[in-house]
Design a protein around this ligand. Structure first.
Ligand SMILES: [Fe+2]
Length: 351
């Protein structure tokens, strides 16, 4: 099948090794007319929303001759789609961001278990499902951002400090429905226990004055503008702004924000697993093993400013964030405590 364009959201595109890809631009894929006979393909449903992933898929296709069809959508709509499609689903490999998302997909029976010597060796214990239904691919750190003109940044070292009464009216948070914050709360339950986490939430939430934010970028802007003194976001949003990915206005705003990486820090992941009804299982396994390998993980993480599974992203935009040391909470633990975290957040008034 020849093709000459694809729509970013929710539609197929194909990467072919031998169908000569002349250009790969965001949103446009140009190939010459005739594709050779299929030598195997893999259909990827991805909740990772980064154009740069396509370069990694392209490299895989070139190396293996396996073509990739990609469906991109938000995590929640991918999961709903998979449930709707059931055994008729075309998905072979599923990629999702956030610990709760991937473990909920596994609990809903959308993934199948697969173990290999390569995955066992290359994915560290804390970043994979003990039942082998999913494997992490990249890491992200939930960091604190602060505006030094509004708050004394020396007083803020960890998430717990956000409950300090001196920050009254200065804390801004993303909405409760963001899985990133749910996983942060789950992380704190593991490390500090339920009652200390409850106290922390109570204090931090009483410091909130602005309306809860729908996204980490808006929150970062608000801290930069001094509307908020301090907030919590995933580190790569600030890095992307600093790199000018969202334009020069955001780049200048990001420069006003101080990133405080707690030590140790809460680490979240993007992860992948074989779809329950994968029809191209062999090819999907090959791609999963590639994405989880040091080369694949680095390929995904480098351009998005995430960190690979092992080691760190050394982009210059991340230099000022400080080294991070993972707090050791496993991705499985975050998934297991997701329900409890949401309940606790709601009860303490996290909107
Ligand atoms: Fe994100």
């Amino acid at each position: 099948m020849a093709f000459n364009s694809f729509v970013k959201m929710d539609s197929f595109f194909r990467l072919s090794s031998s169908a000569i890809l002349s250009t790969l631009l965001p949103g446009v894929l140009i190939a010459n007319s005739v594709s050779p006979a299929l030598s195997g393909e893999v259909r990827v449903y991805s909740g990772r929303h980064y154009n740069t992933d396509r370069q990694v898929f392209k490299r895989f296709s070139e190396e293996t001759g396996i073509k990739i069809r990609l469906i991109e959508a938000t995590g929640i709509s991918l999961v709903e789609r998979l449930k709707r499609e059931g055994a008729n689903s075309n998905a072979d490999l599923i990629l999702l961001v956030d610990a709760a998302r991937i473990s909920n997909a596994a609990k809903s029976g959308l993934l199948q278990s697969y173990r290999s010597e390569k995955l066992d060796r290359e994915v560290p214990e804390e970043y994979k499902d003990p039942k082998a239904r999913w494997y992490s691919l990249t890491r992200r750190v939930r960091v604190i951002i602060a505006n030094p003109k509004v708050v004394d940044t020396k007083q803020i070292k960890t998430y717990a400090d956000l409950s300090n009464a001196s920050l009254k009216g200065k804390v801004c948070l993303r909405k409760r429905n963001s899985p990133y914050n749910q996983s942060l709360v789950a992380d704190q339950i593991v490390l500090r226990g339920e009652s200390k986490t409850r106290e922390w939430l109570k204090g931090m939430i009483s410091n909130v004055s602005e309306a809860y934010f729908p996204g980490d970028i808006g929150l970062t802007r608000a801290v930069a503008q001094g509307r908020c003194g301090v907030g919590i976001v995933n580190h790569y949003y600030v890095a992307r702004m600093l790199a000018g990915v969202n334009g020069s206005k955001d780049k200048n705003l990001a420069k006003k924000v101080r990133v405080i990486t707690p030590n140790p820090a809460h680490v979240n992941v993007s992860a992948g697993g074989l779809a329950k009804y994968a029809k191209n299982r062999k090819e999907a396994i090959r791609l999963l093993e590639y994405l989880a390998s040091p080369e694949g993980s680095k390929g995904l993480a480098s351009p998005t400013y995430e960190h690979p599974l092992i080691g760190f992203n050394d982009a210059k935009e991340l230099k000022g964030f400080g080294k991070f040391r993972p707090d050791g909470v496993t991705i499985k633990q975050l998934g297991d405590l997701n329900g409890k975290a949401i309940k606790l957040m709601a009860r303490q008034g996290w909107e």
